[in-house]
Design a protein around this ligand. Structure first.
Ligand SMILES: NC(=O)c1ccc[n+]([C@@H]2O[C@H](COP(=O)([O-])OP(=O)(O)OC[C@H]3O[C@@H](n4cnc5c(N)ncnc54)[C@H](OP(=O)(O)O)[C@@H]3O)[C@@H](O)[C@H]2O)c1
Length: 266
């Protein structure tokens, strides 16, 4: 492995899929404060992505650019990687954050193939093949001496382990994504590329808007030991901690950001 690779924090580059809104934006803001240059990927909402980039630069990012790509489309995913390297020259941190909830929460016995394909395609199939391509790109960047120990982060969910029978397709996709994180962690460790899973609990974003009232009541009643909603910033701070290179002998690690929701109690 090259020892001549640049270690200048100001020039490190991070890509956050679905970075313009919600949890992705919280991640972008924290990485901006850590002086990463940023690619804010989006699918539909250019306005939010562009505003997020302006804010990132005001927080300390040397440069932040929005790039459109649907992560469920393998060709667009590869273009996202190529455009990032073309415009910013390197990738030090790749954050697989983009994700969707089922458009309609349906009982397990009524899940439709269309909803399955939409959710699994975006939350599991897309990130799997995207990370395959990212891995190849990171290895090439290492071989060129442009990066030394890049990292990959998967944003999964408490739904990786907790069964919600009114959104089975989401739980299946997130459980699968947790295994994807482990697989890439094992495969890439010999090359010095570490992989982490950040597993949020209930976070206050557009995704949870429709169930806000119901979850607020359950949180107040003690659903999670820390009785408050999680924020995008909570998740962003966990990713920034990973990006600070503070976990050099850990890979495949799960970092819960859920106020203790995953803990069993008696
Ligand atoms: N909110 C929670 O309680 C919670 C808990 C655990 C895990 N998570 C996970 O955290 C991640 C972010 O969730 P969130 O709550 O921030 O959701 P959100 O507010 O609905 O934002 C979703 C983001 O993903 C992007 N996106 C969706 N499909 C995409 C695609 N095919 N290609 C590219 N970008 C796409 C959206 O882009 P546009 O802006 O262009 O639409 C948006 O930026 C998801 O993976 C979600 O499963 C959320």
């Amino acid at each position: 492995m090259s020892t001549a690779a640049p270690r200048d924090d100001r020039s490190r580059v991070a890509v956050v899929t679905g970075g313009g809104r919600g949890i992705g934006r919280g991640i972008v803001e924290e990485l901006a404060a850590a002086r990463f240059s940023l690619v804010v990927n989006y699918r539909d909402d250019l306005e939010s992505a562009a505003a997020c980039c302006r804010q990132a630069e005001s927080l300390g990012s040397p440069t932040a650019i929005p790039i459109r790509a649907d992560v469920s489309d393998l060709v667009q995913g590869r273009r996202l990687i190529d455009e990032t390297i073309g415009q910013l020259g390197r990738i030090d941190l790749w954050v697989n954050n983009a994700g969707v909830a089922p458009r309609v929460r349906r009982d397990l016995l009524e899940v439709t193939p269309e909803s399955w394909d939409h959710v699994v395609g975006t939350n599991l199939r897309g990130p799997f093949f995207l990370t395959q391509s990212v891995s190849g790109a990171l290895i090439r960047l290492q071989e060129q001496g442009l990066v030394r120990e890049p990292q990959i982060v998967f944003i999964t969910s408490i739904s990786s382990t907790h069964a919600s029978i009114n959104r089975a397709e989401y739980c299946v996709a997130k459980a699968g994504l947790s295994m994807v994180a482990q697989l890439f962690a094992v495969a890439l460790a010999p090359r010095g590329i570490r992989v982490y899973e950040v597993r949020p609990g209930i976070i206050d974003t557009d995704m949870t808007r429709a169930v806000h009232e119901q979850y607020s009541e359950r949180i107040a009643a003690g659903l999670s030991p820390i009785r408050r909603w999680g924020t995008p910033r909570d998740v962003g701070r966990a990713v920034a901690a990973i990006a600070s290179d503070s976990l050099p002998f850990s890979t495949g690690e799960v970092i819960h950001v859920d106020g203790g929701l995953h803990l069993r109690t008696l």
